[in-house]
Design a protein. Sequence first.
Length: 276
Amino acid sequence: MAQEITDKLSSIEASSPRATAAAEVRKKRGMLKRMRTVSANGNSVPMYQRIQNSIRKRIEEGKLKPGQVVDSERELAKAHRVSLMTARHALAELQREGLVERHRGSGTFVAPPKIQFNKLTSFTEQMSGRSMSAQSKVLHSSVVHGEPDIAARLALPPGSRLLMIERLREAGGEPFSLETCYLSADTYSGIVRSHLDRGSLFLLLQREYKTELAYADEDVEATVADPKTAELLSVPRGAPLLRIRQTIFSTGGKAVLYVYGLYRSDRHILHIRRFR
């Protein structure tokens, strides 16, 4: 009889809300434990992060190219001996970073590269980091006068001669942005069209003019593509674009380059860290 009562009390206690909550906590802890592994130096490393790093490395090395299929959750779980939840978490993080795209019923694919504006790098450098070749199509190049606002941004007198270069930036046969650059024509008169067709303007300034670029002040706005811009960027009329005005400075604090750019919003991402 006493044993019967004890069994009943144990049964009631196990089904109580407190016991249920405790069991749920133990379950979650077990799942988290399975999502982690121990590296050689003894530090705990999330398994989902190891999966992310493995896929990210293959993308950066060009072994996985834009549009190619990424292993499914089930394949990743089997290969890395983890739960489906861990594999799903890894792919979700890569999607959040913009490295992959997930299509219901089709699978996960390497996303077209997105330019990140959190660091001052050239388009050529950005594409090189994704194992892609960048191209620049010079649409117009000339010396202009009567641009007092732009001259002011470059700390030049109002009537200064400016070298204006309009370029369509492409990678993988796809247009990414339309940029119009302005420099002092007196200082950088040697820049010609052929140079800009072949490579990076940043690198050209560094190699031939000993101008090291250091930082930029930027104004970012949302806009839409007019008919001409839409045709050049291969997007529908009225498609959302990022409009960015940049004044780029040298290591000595001198304003060197002003850039007016229109960027496809589906190929660019802006990372901002705010402090309070």
